[in-house]
Design a protein around this ligand. Structure first.
Ligand code: SF4
Ligand code: SF4
Ligand code: SF4
Length: 224
């Protein structure tokens, strides 16, 4: 593979890192295009403008977006967490490809809006359905947009390196698994959601019980 070509292709991709193209991030998609194993019209966030840029770079004919991968958005959105509902399960952190969510186990989580690419990957794994996408005003010129994409690329690369380090250090069930489109794992995700919600309900009931009966023993599954 030609590393320079991969870099040039990657530079034209939006760095949302959403996986909608069918690859686990923009760089793997760039590699597949360079290898001739993926078409240039698979990136919904890049939209038609992105396809035109890729066509020009590669000297091939442009084509319409393949909407089986999704549709482009015309507004800029970021994720927002309703902290009243968050149970601190960390599923969203594990899903975020650019480490744009702050928080740790059993604590409230919050989105660092300036780092969020709006990739939507945190929404499906949330067992409390407390993450939504909210539109933001964006007054960015091409230079600002490039800077934001460069920043997202760097954060994603840093995350991949960190995951690799953690894996080598033996943290196999890492708290921060690589981002994959959540729908790939729906059955197990639904089971996990149910278990987490059930555990949260039990903890809340136990906390209420302790308020009403302060001398009753705390059972293991009720410990927060
Ligand atoms: S923005 Fe999403 S769909 Fe586009 S190349 Fe990157 S990961 Fe793929
Ligand atoms: S916070 Fe959610 S929407 Fe924003 S980048 Fe992370 S996973 Fe994507
Ligand atoms: S996945 Fe939902 S409930 Fe779990 S920490 Fe994130 S926002 Fe909170």
């Amino acid at each position: 593979m030609n590393p320079l070509l991969i870099e040039e292709i990657d530079a034209l991709l939006p760095q949302t890192q959403c996986g909608k193209c069918g690859f686990p991030g923009c760089k793997p998609y760039a590699e597949a295009i360079a290898a001739g194993s993926a078409d240039i019209n698979q990136c919904p966030p890049g939209g038609q403008e992105g396809i035109e840029k890729l066509a020009r770079l590669l000297g091939v004919a442009s084509k319409p977006l393949n909407t089986s991968h999704g549709f482009p958005r015309f507004d800029k959105v970021v994720a927002w967490i309703d902290e009243q509902l968050c149970i601190g399960c960390t599923f969203c952190i594990r899903a975020c490809p650019v480490d744009a969510i702050a928080g740790s186990g059993k604590q409230l989580h919050t989105v660092i809006a300036a780092e969020c690419t709006g990739c939507e990957l945190c929404i499906a794994p949330c067992p409390m359905d407390c993450i939504s996408l909210v539109p933001i005003d964006e007054d960015k010129n091409d230079t600002d947009r490039k800077q934001a994409a460069d920043n997202a690329r760097a954060r994603h690369q840093f995350r991949l390196l960190r995951l690799e380090r953690e894996k080598r250090a033996g943290k196999t069930e890492s708290k921060h698994k690589p981002a994959v489109p959540a729908e790939k794992n729906l059955a197990s995700a639904d089971e996990r959601k149910r278990a987490i919600v059930q555990a949260a309900i039990q903890r809340a009931a136990a906390a209420r019980n302790r308020v009403n009966h302060p001398h009753s023993p705390v059972k293991p599954h009720e410990r927060s």
